[in-house]
Design a protein around this ligand. Structure first.
Ligand SMILES: *[C@@H]1O[C@H](CO)[C@@H](O)[C@H](O)[C@H]1NC(C)=O
Ligand SMILES: *[C@@H]1O[C@H](CO)[C@@H](O)[C@H](O)[C@H]1NC(C)=O
Ligand SMILES: *[C@@H]1O[C@H](CO)[C@@H](O)[C@H](O)[C@H]1NC(C)=O
Ligand SMILES: *[C@@H]1O[C@H](CO)[C@@H](O)[C@H](O)[C@H]1NC(C)=O
Ligand SMILES: *[C@@H]1O[C@H](CO)[C@@H](O)[C@H](O)[C@H]1NC(C)=O
Ligand SMILES: *[C@@H]1O[C@H](CO)[C@@H](O)[C@H](O)[C@H]1NC(C)=O
Ligand SMILES: *[C@@H]1O[C@H](CO)[C@@H](O)[C@H](O)[C@H]1NC(C)=O
Ligand SMILES: *[C@@H]1O[C@H](CO)[C@@H](O)[C@H](O)[C@H]1NC(C)=O
Length: 457
């Protein structure tokens, strides 16, 4: 049992646990710094310049006071920050309004983003918003190794427990609303929803992010309109229930720690800002422990051969959402897993243990590469609207995924070995030791300021 890290004001959480809402994860070492990474090959018609950075961070360009930033898109948090010192021309934001207030978000991995709260003009895709509150987190260590220079929280608004900016009680003359609130207010004719389908990139390659739309559906996945509207069951987060999992034909149903009165369903956060996924221990065990060579790491996850062909689906509203085997078993980050580092053909489970929290499960990018998701803000952004909901459409054909797994896996193992040769042994390339808390959860950035999050009755 490792020591617990008491990070943040409210929540003290252990290495194995996720105590609060999310945010992102990050690979600390395997993604080259922004200056050195090759430009991602983007979809030329995409006004957001949506990008997949090494399958770890999904980001878009956002123009702040005329200066471009690459900001992680995080449905698991609600604040917007950039680090102006990372802009190509060292943005000074001289013409921005400085509120005179400061705010800081700290994450479970002990990184923080803090600085003055400014009010700025931003352009995001085809949308321009004037008077957006933002933290200028100069010198933040929450961007290290990620290729990003900011983060846009796309989560629940209107809650002091989901936004550090709103928690500061910014002068009532100023608008402290999250970006999406201001966007849908500025553009009243744009329907107040966003959709995501995350792309899958070859290891070490940055590429187009997948599907990101605001106020319209992707023409490739319009069937999502006919799927069940899943109620959002937390006032502070994009959380809804799943029915369980299917593993090699066996249904695995969990016991919810947070919804004791419901049928055996699990309250799950839909989080583009978490790279992998977390679930209760008994679920993670059921998904991985019987696979050949699988070994529990004593804390949080399993190591197993990268060749392992998994057959895992998530069940949502009675429908199966197959998880591509290439997403269910993943190459660990350097320094994350000693057993895997010592053997370049060992991988780790994409799902790891989640301690009891305000949600049972976090479905991060592992899930969002396999489902087209619609996030309807409803009365989170327009007071007279219906309550927020989500809709999900499976995009992975399990048979086709199983058939292509061998070739995809060979390619990623080859890339991993080439990268290990270039960088030297994996464990030595890690900036932080393997016993280091921040390395072990580096793929998961969890804001620690959020305390108890109540459920909607
Ligand atoms: C700045 O962002 C816009 C999208 O808002 C994008 O079209 C443009 O290519 C970006 N410029 C740079 C230099 O990245
Ligand atoms: C940006 O400005 C800061 C403060 O003036 C300075 O310390 C830093 O070196 C500048 N960075 C670049 C890349 O010019
Ligand atoms: C700030 O505003 C002034 C007056 O509109 C303008 O001349 C100047 O170029 C602006 N500076 C920046 C960095 O945008
Ligand atoms: C990040 O910076 C904060 C101070 O802003 C510091 O307390 C924390 O230890 C740093 N974390 C890492 C992982 O460097
Ligand atoms: C964004 O604006 C461009 C240029 O006006 C237009 O061609 C494109 O259709 C717009 N995209 C969206 C998603 O509205
Ligand atoms: C990454 O992209 C480059 C250029 O598009 C390509 O040559 C290379 O094979 C890709 N790497 C992998 C691992 O697919
Ligand atoms: C995965 O399991 C399902 C039963 O849930 C089965 O029909 C399917 O053939 C399995 N796929 C593979 C590749 O084993
Ligand atoms: C949104 O609507 C639901 C259902 O009518 C209601 O329970 C909830 O309080 C509303 N939330 C807000 C923020 O208005």
């Amino acid at each position: 049992m490792r020591a617990c890290a008491a990070a943040g004001v409210v929540v003290a959480a252990c290495v194995c646990s996720v105590a609060a809402v999310d945010i992102p994860f990050r690979r600390l070492r395997t993604t080259p710094a922004r200056n050195s990474r090759a430009a991602a090959v983007l979809d030329p018609g995409d006004p957001f310049a949506f990008q997949n950075l090494n399958n770890n961070v999904y980001a878009a360009e956002i123009v702040v006071q005329g200066v471009n930033f690459t900001a992680q898109l995080d449905t698991g948090s609600s604040d917007f920050w950039v680090d102006s010192s990372l802009a190509s021309n060292n943005a000074s934001f001289v013409n921005a309004t400085n509120t005179g207030l400061n705010a800081q978000l700290c994450y479970l991995d002990t990184t923080c983003a803090g600085g003055p709260i400014l009010v700025v003009d931003v352009t995001f895709g085809n949308f321009t918003i004037s008077g957006q509150a933002m933290i200028d987190a100069v010198g933040t260590n929450a961007t290290e190794g990620t290729g990003i220079s900011g983060l846009i929280g796309l989560g629940a608004p209107a809650s002091t427990s989901s936004s550090v900016i709103q928690n500061q009680g910014v002068d009532s003359q100023l608008n402290d609303s999250p970006l999406m609130n201001n966007l849908f207010t500025t553009y009243p004719d744009v329907d107040n929803y966003m959709t995501f389908l995350l792309s899958r990139a070859p290891l070490h390659n940055d590429t187009a992010g997948g599907v990101l739309t605001l106020g319209e559906l992707s023409s490739d996945w319009t069937e999502i309109a006919d799927t069940e509207k899943l109620p959002v069951l937390s006032p502070n987060a994009w959380a809804t229930v799943i029915d369980g999992f299917v593993v090699n034909g066996d249904t695995v149903v969990g016991t919810s720690e947070v919804l004791p009165d419901r049928p055996p369903q699990l309250l799950s956060l839909l989080d583009t800002g978490t790279a992998r996924a977390l679930a209760p221990a008994e679920i993670v065990d059921a998904l991985y422990k019987d696979l050949p060579g699988a070994e529990f790491d004593g804390c949080c996850q399993y190591t197993l051969s990268c060749d392992t062909l998994t057959n895992i689906s998530v069940i949502v509203a009675g429908n199966m959402f197959p998880i591509h085997p290439i997403d269910a078993v993943i190459v660990p980050e350097a320094g994350e897993e000693p057993r895997a580092d010592a053997d370049a053909t060992l991988c780790v489970s994409a799902f790891s243990y989640m301690a009891p929290s305000y949600v049972d499960v976090i479905l991060g990018d592992t899930f969002h590469r396999n489902a087209y998701a619609l996030f309807y803000f409803g009365n989170w952004t327009r007071p007279d609207d219906v309550a927020p909901y989500v809709q999900l459409l499976s995009t992975t054909d399990a048979s086709a995924a199983a058939a292509e797994f061998g070739a995809l896996n060979d390619a990623r193992i080859a890339a991993r070995k080439a990268s290990a040769q270039q960088d030297g042994p994996l464990q030595q390339s890690s900036a932080r030791g393997t016993s280091d808390f921040s390395t072990s959860v580096a793929w998961l950035l969890v804001p620690t300021f959020i305390g108890l999050v109540l459920l909607v009755a």
